[in-house]
Design a protein around this ligand. Sequence first.
Ligand SMILES: NC(=O)c1ncn([C@@H]2O[C@H](COP(=O)(O)O)[C@@H](O)[C@H]2O)c1NC=O
Length: 528
Amino acid sequence: MTQHKPIKRALISLSDKEGLEPLAAALVRHGTELVSTGGTAKKLREMGHDVRDVSDLTGFPEMMDGRVKTLHPKVHGGILAVRDNPQHVASMEEHDIGPIDMLVVNLYPFEATVASGADRDTIIENIDIGGPSMVRSAAKNHRDVAIVTDPGDYDAIIGELDGHGGLTQEFRTMLAAKAFALTASYDAMIAGWFAHADLGQAYPETRVLAMRMADELRYGENPHQQAALYLPHGPERGLAAAEQVQGKALSYNNLNDADAAFELVAEFAGQKPSVVIVKHANPCGVAQADSLLDAWKAALACDSVSAFGGIVATNVPLDAETAEAITQIFIEVVVAPDASDEAKAIFAKKKNLRLLLTGDLPDADRPGQSMKIIAGGILVQDRDNGSIGKDDLKVVTKRQPSEQELEDALFAWTVAKHVKSNAIVYAKDGSTAGVGAGQMNRRDSARIAAAKAEEAAETHGWDEVRTKGSAVASDAFFPFADGLMAAVEAGATMVIQPGGSIRDDDVIAAADEAGLAMVFTGMRHFRH
Ligand SMILES: NC(=O)c1ncn([C@@H]2O[C@H](COP(=O)(O)O)[C@@H](O)[C@H]2O)c1NC=O
């Protein structure tokens, strides 16, 4: 049977004293002697408990604004001594060191201090030194010492004390693992603050990532893959901060697709009502219109086959009419800044549909980084926040684009930025006409996008395929004229692309011959 080791003496030193009362009461009930630092000792006395001050134990006053309180052999010896090691026992006797069986600590609130906008000196003062030192000592000696760092564990500890009079080795090991994760995360936050905030290093020599599990997911991309969502410490941001109003638990693929939809729709923040439909992380229909309902209809019309089981994102709050229309087909997730009560009630009828409300959309041009795991490493890059406006465009053809062509071109360009390479996007009158994604050559993407537009025309019984008279965006330059010619065959009259190929002259000549207007952006948007 696993032995439950009693706690004869506990050192308690807490910044966050929440939940202390029942834990202290349980310890006292089981005959534990309490030793404590200034503020915590005061609190315990207010609760009516006998407490020994740590300064009494060490023979030194707490000093230097609390920088030195527990950093003393009487504390660390009492924690680190191996109880059945005769030499350690002899040292304890020689130096009058008593064993400490439990340490209850939480650390100075470094993260909250940074978040509060405090000045540098205050931030530095909130780097806990004595706390992590004790935590590491106790976690190392978890064979004999219980290290309690998470108030979420207090109840279980009280249960063990009341039920068995002490804690098992397994319990102490679990606590130790948690304690080392805490000190590692704490130091990661401090190192991150120094590198990023204090020294302005976006790519420091050593990068420490500390993340907490926010959700255990049912599985990963496929059912045989285990998966979880991890978030960095600090305030939740972006899609991770969204409120899930209803629906089944979000899956790995839902989160990945919803993020793609959310990032694309954020490009349209503050613009006309816009709808993005994403499938397998690529947009399959994107539209802007005077009403959200019209934007939904236009986005859906682009590729209603692919939209089935898709993810929908909007740039304005959902209204009842749009909610009603969306629920006419099977949609996995809807992401929106907000939703009216009527819209929520309509979605509520679709029990499985996940509705995520994000509040204001993030700035699409914000700085940041993206990461991708490769075998044996992580690729880190600035997030693709590059954007262009009309003034950045260089007309390279004889024909100048019309205002409408320019608008459609910029819209197609914005969508193409969020389509996996090779990306070709046709757009007309503020909505996509065809999206070609993820092909190994540009010509195939151009053909696939055009074929989708033809299919949409057949499905909806339109007289004309919407690529006729459209603007086409290519996420990177056309290395040959063949990709451009595929767009000409589809009826595009305007091209937007980065330019920069050694065969640009051939491509421009082909565009001139076909009577196209073509602009170069000077910026590429590969997305893999
Ligand atoms: N300096 C030390 O020796 C020291 N020992 C413990 N602490 C921290 O002091 C805090 C508790 O202080 P108080 O009990 O005075 O409110 C805890 O967050 C603990 O981690 C210390 N403070 C900072 O380093």
